[in-house]
Design a protein around this ligand. Structure first.
Ligand SMILES: [Mn+2]
Length: 316
């Protein structure tokens, strides 16, 4: 039931190296881990990604990003048409522009997003301090204006027109988990949207994983939306256990908290009265260049195993 799609794209972030993420995740045993859970998994290989632009005006490496997310969007739609769950391996978090856009289009806008990440990734070109597109996917998926003029605005409009479907990600269908590095513009966006759900590490410290995942389940039920996309950035995990990422931030989820999150999401999804389904998953920002013995990819693979039903006492 799962189609694995690798996207070795890393030209729009802070550091190069996450192009090696799909290989690292496979070498950490992603496919056998899923097969051991009796998941029917097809590895569709990696997308061909573009080459770095030397003199791109405006948003850095915009052209290769646009080509990459358009191609990914087509591949994710093919998976949906075959009634399969796409599991997208990054690469950077900007690739969610392609995967989540495909889901929005396929489900005609009836989609909720759970963004598990240290970062909100909701900057517009105007609010971003770096201009790196990997920090902007949520803003684009929600169809926010660029806030700038000139080349950046032309590129941003092109991205919205050519990738993000007319039925955009609804702000009140957007949720975050594990936030701890949020820019001022992102804070403003989260604050001015009463219906969204932003669970920070402060909330996790204060209320624990059990209660905060219950908040998510309640919020998800209240949206009335039946289709859930989960986008997992490995930097939500504490860099002590998962150093292999380009934008590590201290104070993340511990090993047990990370697994508890996945196990509880699986429990809620498997509940007989659960009104929503998991329709797809991104697994992004694994960067083996900063890793130790591929520990981050191994942790990410174990996390996916927990999400798909692995428990300490065995497969249910
Ligand atoms: Mn992140």
């Amino acid at each position: 039931m799962i189609d694995v799609i690798g996207v070795p794209f890393d030209l729009c972030g802070k550091r190069l190296g996450s192009r090696l993420g799909p290989a690292a995740l496979r070498l950490a045993g992603l496919i056998p881990t899923l097969e051991a859970l009796h998941v029917d998994v097809h590895d569709q290989g990696d997308l061909a990604t573009g080459v770095e632009c030397q003199n791109q005006a405006g948003l850095r490496n915009f052209d290769p990003l646009l080509g990459c997310v358009k191609e990914l969007k087509a591949r994710v739609k093919t998976a949906f048409q075959a009634n399969r769950i796409p599991l997208v391996l990054g690469g950077e978090h900007d690739l969610s522009l392609g995967s989540v856009s495909a889901a929005l289009e396929h489900f005609d806008g009836h989609l909720a997003l759970l963004w598990i990440d240290a970062h909100a990734d909701a900057n517009t070109p105007a609010t971003s301090s770096t201009g790196n597109l990997h920090g902007m996917p949520i803003a684009a998926l929600q169809g926010l204006p660029s806030g700038l003029g000139g080349v950046e605005d032309i590129q941003w409009s092109k991205l919205l027109k050519e990738v993000v479907p007319g039925k955009r990600l609804r702000p009140e269908a957007t949720s975050w988990y594990g936030l701890r590095d949020v820019d001022p513009g992102e804070r403003d966006l989260i604050r001015r949207t009463p219906g969204d759900l932003a669970i920070s590490m402060h909330d996790v410290d204060r209320h624990g994983v059990v209660e905060t995942v219950a908040w998510f389940d309640k919020w998800m039920r209240n949206t009335g939306i039946k289709n859930l996309w989960i986008s997992f950035d490995v930097d939500v995990l504490d860099p002590i256990l998962a150093p292999g990422t380009g934008t590590a931030v201290r104070g993340g989820l511990t090993y047990r908290e990370g697994h508890m999150l996945a196990e509880l999401l699986r429990e809620y999804l498997d509940a007989p009265d659960c009104p929503y389904d998991l329709v797809g998953l991104d697994l992004v920002e694994t960067n083996p260049l900063f890793d130790t013995n591929n520990e981050t990819a191994k942790m990410a693979v174990e996390w996916v195993g927990s999400l798909f039903g692995k428990t300490i006492m065995g497969v249910k």
